[in-house]
Ligand binder design. Structure first.
Ligand SMILES: NC(=O)C1=CN([C@@H]2O[C@H](COP(=O)(O)OP(=O)(O)OC[C@H]3O[C@@H](n4cnc5c(N)ncnc54)[C@H](OP(=O)(O)O)[C@@H]3O)[C@@H](O)[C@H]2O)C=CC1
Ligand SMILES: O=C1CO[C@H](CO)[C@@H](O)[C@@H]1O
Length: 484
């Protein structure tokens, strides 16, 4: 390691309004790298954050708006991406084609086609690729996963991921002015323009809840937890069958206006069931309040009846293992829910999770050994795909607002290791607790999707296959895996 910027590897961070500054922290913290460029389509955001980086490392990074400008730069060896989701894959593919190593935020893709392209590009160009799922570098999570693998809670065939995270309405659907500093053409990139162009009040962050750019909370918070679920169940593949019931509900009650239309179009309440043959993952998203909910067992396992619950529960024949509520702490319980073991990532002792995950990536970059990576492209692809598969079932059934009985019948006929009727009953109770009138605004039921994990296509379902990719704008096409 050296203190001379010239002898360190230069890092360009793309998208620095929020998460990108954690990338800055992580790479600034590692003595092998320095921040050479900030890329942001909002020049003002880029300059403001460059002031901070200059104070941090004593050298001002260049600020550019268009990521294409840095592909040939000699002071850029690594490109990281914390832009909105619809840009992740294209930046990743372009960077790897240009010979850069990449650190890409979760979900690494906006759709399955993009995840495939990233996996292929990393392989073809021999680049190091780390996914921003930092739980993979948590000593606590790893300890729990090892414990589960050694049979610590018996045989395990079911994991439940939870994103119970309060998300208020993002404001009414409208026609809003694009902030003057933003180059909207560039911001949109691979996403075709909508008409009107901007339909949400807050430009930043709330794109997560518009499917054109984001993937809802199942694709935002979700990939952290589905990744842990997949890891613990040792599932290095896609599922065979998927079923979702979901809706964007409760905002009329929240706003006390029966006609209120929120600008988001991703589900804020969603249960997706993934059948992997011998194992099941269930992922539950709840954006309405879960305070004092009727989820007796989950309340016990998370040791709380209040606030958000973000984590994973593994159900074993001899007990339970739980990641959450933080990424640092995991616990194992016996069948009577008596605590038997705790696993911790101690930020003081082990280093902050964020930084450790980035240093793991830098280790691989320096040694050119991809086997060191805690979350490579395929890992990121499989976990992001879980969100895309579940959302596709929702989008295809959206708006049918079927009754509870119809959902119960559908989940009853679906091969699952979960008590599906109980999960449905809890979900319905949760909605009632939040003032949702289920006779008017019920959940929608998606079709069962049969998926070919090898071909990465839905079986005999062209409507679903249309969601594998998207219509790209000219100049912003994410190539097919075969053409990267
Ligand atoms: N691993 C983790 O724990 C976390 C991961 N994330 C992930 O990070 C990503 C960003 O989230 P967040 O920071 O909250 O979102 P924000 O909307 O706050 O920030 C995104 C930034 O990216 C900029 N941007 C948009 N397009 C481009 C582009 N083509 N090139 C360069 N910059 C661009 C935006 O510009 P403009 O200023 O014009 O809007 C904005 O500054 C998400 O994908 C999210 O999933 C987020 C939080 C935690
Ligand atoms: O990864 C993430 C975890 O939490 C953040 C804050 O809610 C999310 O927005 C984010 O994208």
């Amino acid at each position: 390691a050296t203190n001379s910027p010239n002898e360190k590897m230069g890092v360009a961070v793309c998208g620095v309004n929020g998460r990108g500054m954690s990338h800055v922290d992580g790479f600034n913290h590692d003595s092998r790298t320095f921040i050479s460029v900030l890329v942001d389509v909002d020049e003002k955001v880029g300059q403001k954050q460059a002031d901070k980086v200059e104070k941090m490392q004593g050298r001002r990074p260049r600020v550019v708006r268009d990521v294409r400008e840095i592909m040939e730069s000699d002071d850029v060896q690594i490109i990281t991406c914390a832009t909105p989701n619809h840009w992740h894959a294209l930046i990743g593919v372009w960077a790897m084609q240009a010979g850069k190593d990449v650190y890409i935020e979760k979900p690494i893709s906006h759709n399955i086609h993009e995840g495939r392209a990233l996996v292929a590009a990393a392989q073809k160009y021999g680049r190091m690729f780390q996914t921003g799922t930092q739980c993979r570098s948590s000593v606590g999570v790893r300890g729990m996963i090892d414990f589960v693998a050694e049979g610590g809670i018996g045989e395990v065939n079911l994991a439940r991921g939870l994103c119970y995270k309060r998300r208020k309405s993002i404001g009414s659907l409208g026609d809003y002015e694009i902030p003057s500093n933003v180059d909207f053409d560039l911001w949109s990139g691979p996403a075709t323009f909508t008409e009107p162009k901007l339909t949400r009040q807050q430009f930043h962050y709330d794109w997560h809840w518009q499917r054109h750019y984001g993937n809802g909370d199942s694709g935002n918070q979700g990939p952290h937890q589905t990744d842990v679920a997949r890891w613990g169940l040792q599932l290095e593949r896609h599922p065979n069958k998927i079923l979702t019931y979901a809706g964007r509900l409760g905002y009329q009650a929240e706003r006390k206006d029966a006609d209120y239309v929120d600008a988001g179009d991703t589900a804020n309440t969603q249960v997706s069931i993934y059948d992997y043959g011998d194992k099941t993952i269930v992922f539950e998203t709840r954006g309405l309040s879960v305070d004092n909910s009727a989820d007796t067992e989950l309340n016990e396992l998370f040791q709380s009846t209040k606030g958000n619950k973000v984590g994973v529960v593994f159900y074993g024949t001899e007990g339970y293992a739980v990641q959450g509520p933080s990424y640092e702490v995991c616990r194992a319980y016996d069948r009577n829910k008596k605590l038997i073991k705790e696993f911790r990532h101690d930020n003081k002792q082990h280093g902050s999770l964020n930084n450790v995950h980035m240093s793991n990536f830098i280790d691989a970059v320096v040694s050119r050994d991809a086997s060191l990576l805690n979350a490579d492209a395929r890992c990121g692809h499989l976990s992001a795909a879980i969100a895309h598969l579940g959302n596709t079932s929702y989008y295809l059934g959206e708006g049918n607002r079927v009754g509870a009985q119809e959902i119960e019948d559908a989940v009853g006929g679906f091969a699952s290791r979960d008590d599906d009727a109980e999960t449905l009953a809890r979900t319905l109770q949760h909605l009632r607790d939040n003032g949702v009138d289920l006779s008017q605004n019920g959940l929608s039921l998606g079709p069962v999707l049969n998926f070919d994990p090898k071909a990465e296509k839905y079986i005999d379902n062209e409507e679903a296959n249309a969601w594998i990719g998207r219509q790209y704008r000219e100049g912003f096409e994410v190539p097919a895996a075969e053409n990267v």
